[in-house]
Write a protein that binds this ligand. Structure first.
Ligand code: GLN
Length: 503
């Protein structure tokens, strides 16, 4: 009888130790994960970039309803990451989850290519479930490349993060252009092709990953039994697609989902905690605390897809450093471009500071992240002082704010990924990464509420009134972000105690 160990014998060229004892700054396996994730993000952000326009122009939705649907889709995607992480921990392991997620994403994009109008919600539901299986688990795989306490881990996540943004930038631009010129179904086809490339790269990574990411059940059960369990997860994830379809197509259910899933996930983690000793529980508690702060961070940051895009559309001049430029294109791409340029530099700065024993601990990094976020919102606020009499203001200042916000993101987002793998015991890696992304789901949700609060209720409002409303909203967000940063820095000794040896 074949056992899972026999099936895995081809992966034993590498052992966990040989992978984790790499020389140099980055393990070579990181590059496979980097490029797989880059193409996955191409697929994801490619679709994200034209989805609302597609819903308005081809499905003829009202703008408000397209926005709501877009928000619901985003929230569902990040919520599914919790489920994808959970099943990876318990049954599939990270690798099979990534493959399965990738296949579902390809299927979703192909369905949208073939019948974008008729099968829109079916295709989207496949993509939602697929991303849930892919996204958290590839991030966890990055963490698995490092030994506990390896100081190069954060730099690895920073590099990985620039891969994410390269995919986001390319996908956002290329899919939109293709869709706009040749028809939106070709944009969906481009997403599908990108995902096929990403998945093929991950396939080739297999033989370099040794036993990393294999099923957690393989030491306990025979391969037949594991296959049965795998099949049940695959079947289960297909069976929930109609359910997701129903929830996404009716956004009234989104609120309900948001009220249920977060508390349920929280209770679940508390329940799992009882399996562990006090020291591990404290770390998990610290991880949850970081997730709560990240909800706030994303709620402010994600103004970029909502209120800031409207602000860019109506109140920002079309001139960047003397050259004609579209403010919405800048709004969609400046941040990703800055991340690509600066992620690896920031990663290396941490490594250098560490060598001099000056690297701030993670709580302080999160705090600094919020301070940059505050700085960025004060810069968005300051656009008010560069406005002309018609309420049109400077694209240069607007872009500067994106420059500042990028450093905030880099102090928090890649580090948060890294942190989830540092603070949780291995059997909970997937689920904690899922919770990290679940926090993003809530961030997106709250961002919509904040943005709606800033918008003028008066349709006839002048540009000057709009400018004043938006900028005073940004000023408020700046203060709140500043308070969050200060709170984090003040409570850092306490959180550090919870984190124990984790830096
Ligand atoms: N931009 C990052 C990504 O796409 C972070 C997303 C998030 O956590 N909200 O992976």
């Amino acid at each position: 009888m074949t056992t899972q160990q026999d099936l895995d014998s081809n992966v034993n060229e590498y052992t966990i130790e040989s992978i984790q004892n790499f020389h140099g700054k980055y393990p070579k396996q990181l590059w496979y994960l980097f490029f797989s994730e880059m193409w996955e993000r191409f697929c994801f952000y490619g679709m994200r970039g034209f989805l609302t326009v597609f819903m308005v122009e081809r499905l003829l939705f009202e703008e408000a309803s397209a926005n709501l649907k877009y928000g619901a889709i985003q929230a569902f995607i990040y919520t599914m990451a919790f489920i994808g992480g959970l099943f990876a921990d318990k049954i599939l392991g990270f690798r099979k989850s990534i493959f399965w997620g990738g296949l579902l994403m390809i299927t979703g994009s192909l369905i949208l290519f073939i019948a974008p109008e008729k099968l829109f919600f079916i295709g989207i539901s496949f993509s939602i479930v697929g991303t849930g299986f892919f996204k958290p688990n590839i991030s966890t795989m990055v963490g698995a490349l490092y030994k506990e306490g390896d100081v190069r881990r954060d730099a690895g996540f920073s590099l990985f993060y620039s891969g994410i943004n390269m995919g986001a930038l390319l996908g956002g631009v290329i899919c939109f252009r293709i869709g706009d010129q040749f028809g939106w179904n070709y944009a969906f086809l481009s997403s599908a092709i990108a995902m096929m490339i990403g998945l093929s790269i991950f396939y080739f990574a297999k033989k370099h990953l040794g036993p990393l990411g294999l099923s957690p059940l393989r030491e306990r059960f025979k391969s037949e039994k594991i296959k049965m369990k795998d099949l049940m997860v695959y079947a289960g994830s297909l069976l929930i697609i109609p359910f997701i379809l129903l929830l996404v197509s009716n956004t009234d259910y989104t609120d309900m989902l948001m009220y249920i899933v977060g508390p349920a996930a929280f209770v679940y983690v508390i329940y799992e905690m009882k399996e562990y000793a006090l020291a591990e529980r404290k770390k998990l508690f610290a991880a949850l605390l970081f997730c709560i702060f990240s909800i706030l961070f994303w709620a402010f940051f994600e103004q970029s897809g909502g209120s800031l895009s409207l602000f860019a559309r109506y109140n920002i001049k079309h001139e960047l450093l003397g050259v004609n430029a579209n403010p919405n294109e800048i709004n969609n791409s400046a941040n990703t471009l800055f991340v690509i340029i600066f992620a690896w530099i920031v990663g290396l700065i941490w490594v250098q500071l560490n060598k001099r024993k000056l690297e701030p601990n993670t709580v302080i990094k999160f705090g600094i992240g919020f301070l940059f976020l505050a700085g960025a919102f004060f810069v968005f606020y300051s656009t008010k002082f560069f406005a002309d009499a018609d309420g049109m203001t400077s694209l240069n200042v607007f872009t500067l704010a994106y420059f500042v916000i990028t450093f905030g993101e880099l102090c928090l987002s890649p580090i948060g990924l890294s942190l989830m793998t540092k603070l949780s015991p291995k059997p909970m890696w997937g689920v904690m990464m899922g919770i990290w992304f679940l926090a993003s789901a809530y961030g997106q949700y709250v961002a919509g509420i904040l943005g709606a609060g800033m918008a003028s209720p008066n349709k006839e409002a002048s540009l000057m009134e709009k400018l004043n409303l938006y900028t005073s909203g940004y000023q408020q967000l700046g203060w709140y972000a500043l308070i969050c940063g200060a709170v984090l820095i003040i409570i850092s000794p306490l959180v550090k105690k919870l984190m124990q040896e984790v830096k």
